[in-house]
Design a protein around this ligand. Structure first.
Ligand SMILES: Cc1cc2nc3c(=O)[nH]c(=O)nc-3n(C[C@H](O)[C@H](O)[C@H](O)COP(=O)(O)OP(=O)(O)OC[C@H]3O[C@@H](n4cnc5c(N)ncnc54)[C@H](O)[C@@H]3O)c2cc1C
Length: 393
């Protein structure tokens, strides 16, 4: 039996693992991460590369290791101090190198097993975890860190083109083709940071043949949500709200969805001035795909044409509902709020020794729950609970 099994080896799963090992709460050999990919952080690395992100939006104190200054110290030691702006936002390369170093140093890299979880069964001393290939792993404690998965958001007008052979892709889809092999002209639909990064990348690859379409004026925010959500300033009041519907409303309201940073907007505007990028602010009402050519019909009656359509429309608002999770919550009668998200203890326990992080922990962690800061907050709470009830060998 393992002391801890973490389902999902993305930013959230790896952060919990790093906190457990670094705090001494779990020997690396007593921990296992199950994930369908063959390496940790696969979604993160692929998505950020796919959109051409150079610097993170979040500051350098947000990363997978418990010591907030670990990344800065690593950069100094390795002579790789590549930060942007007053919040020292790390370059993607530096951030990823630091993750790799933490996972290697803690021994977590070798605790990664390629497997897709298909079910969980409660036992007298923990959980049995079944995989799609019919293996079973026993754990004293389990953490569900499966992220947003393939719960991508598609605009209603794009739905007829889903599951068909065509040149429409979601920017965060792991099956999207390499950017260098796309057929121009390229149209990008979306108004947030993903759309901005992607527009810059595509306008470098296909100058003058890339169009960004967004429906609202650019919303400029430094971060995904107010930094007050990282500490007691907002969280104390949030935790005191008894009505989970109200908590959900606050999460929706406080997330700066579809926003860009000032510096990134400057780059987008420069690309437009240099005529490498076309920009149209209008709402797509419908679309046609004829002879390998997409035509977007806009609210203003104008049409935009292109061979490739990239949707930078983010993730859905609510949590994914894979069948195994729905079976688990029905079998164990786990409690959910009306929005479908788990109702948890403050230490993020959904059931005895069953913890969650990421989108599933939103009603406790608040608007930053899906981000790196949310992963750190969740890991802190889980470790604190583990310290109260250590596994006795
Ligand atoms: C382009 C982009 C840029 C971002 N930039 C920032 C930033 O600068 N700062 C910030 O704080 N946040 C940022 N974020 C937001 C957030 O930090 C990331 O989305 C984060 O990577 C989410 O991590 P995760 O572990 O929840 O999800 P994932 O990375 O998706 O990991 C979940 C893992 O669980 C696995 N899994 C799913 N189902 C199963 C199953 N049944 N069995 C086993 N494993 C399963 C998945 O395959 C996956 O590997 C960004 C997000 C994106 C997309």
């Amino acid at each position: 039996m393992y002391d801890w099994i973490i389902i999902g080896g993305g930013i959230h799963g790896c952060t919990v693992a790093a906190y457990l090992v670094k705090s001494g709460m779990c020997e690396p050999g007593r921990l296992l991460i199950l994930d369908p990919h063959n390496e940790p952080l696969r979604n993160w690395k692929q998505q950020t590369k796919q959109i051409g992100m150079k610097y993170l939006r979040s500051p350098s104190v947000h990363h997978i290791a418990p010591d907030p200054f670990s990344l800065q110290q690593y950069a100094k030691k390795t002579n790789s101090e590549d930060f942007y702006g007053p919040y020292k936002r790390p370059s993607l390369d530096l951030f990823n190198d630091h993750c790799d170093q933490i996972l290697a140093e803690t021994g977590i890299s070798s605790r990664f097993q390629t497997a897709t979880v298909a079910g969980l069964d409660k036992t007298t001393n923990g959980w049995n975890i079944r995989t799609e290939s019919n293996n079973t792993f026993a754990a004293a404690h389990t953490v569900i860190a499966t992220g947003m998965g393939d719960h991508l958001a598609y605009p209603a007008w794009s739905e007829p083109f889903l599951h068909q052979e065509n040149n429409m892709y979601h920017a965060l889809d792991e099956h999207a083709p390499d950017a260098s092999g796309l057929s121009p002209a390229v149209m990008i639909v979306g108004g947030g940071i993903t759309a901005a990064h992607l527009s810059l990348k595509m306008s470098r690859l296909y100058p003058g043949q890339t169009t960004l379409v967004n429906r609202h004026p650019f919303r400029v925010h430094k971060f995904d949500s107010d930094p007050g959500w990282l500490g007691p300033k907002h969280l104390t009041k949030f935790s005191a709200i008894q009505d989970y519907k109200k908590r959900r409303e606050q999460i929706q309201q406080e997330r700066n969805r579809g926003s860009v940073t000032h510096e990134l907007l400057g780059k987008v505007r420069k690309a437009v001035r240099e005529e490498k990028l076309h920009h149209i602010q209008d709402n797509v009402v419908s679309a046609e795909d004829a002879n390998n050519q997409f035509c977007l019909h806009m609210n203003s009656q104008q049409e935009v044409n292109g061979k490739t359509l990239l949707l930078a429309t983010g993730y859905q608002r609510l949590r994914p509902k894979p069948p195994w999770l729905e079976t688990l919550l029905n079998d164990e009668r786990l409690t959910c709020a009306s929005c479908g998200n788990p109702i948890l203890t403050p230490s993020l326990e959904w059931d005895n020794r069953l913890f969650v992080t990421g989108p599933l922990a939103e009603l406790e962690i608040g608007p930053v729950s899906r981000n790196i800061a949310g992963a750190r907050k969740a890991a802190e709470r889980i470790v604190k609970q583990a310290q109260k009830h250590p596994v006795l060998q």
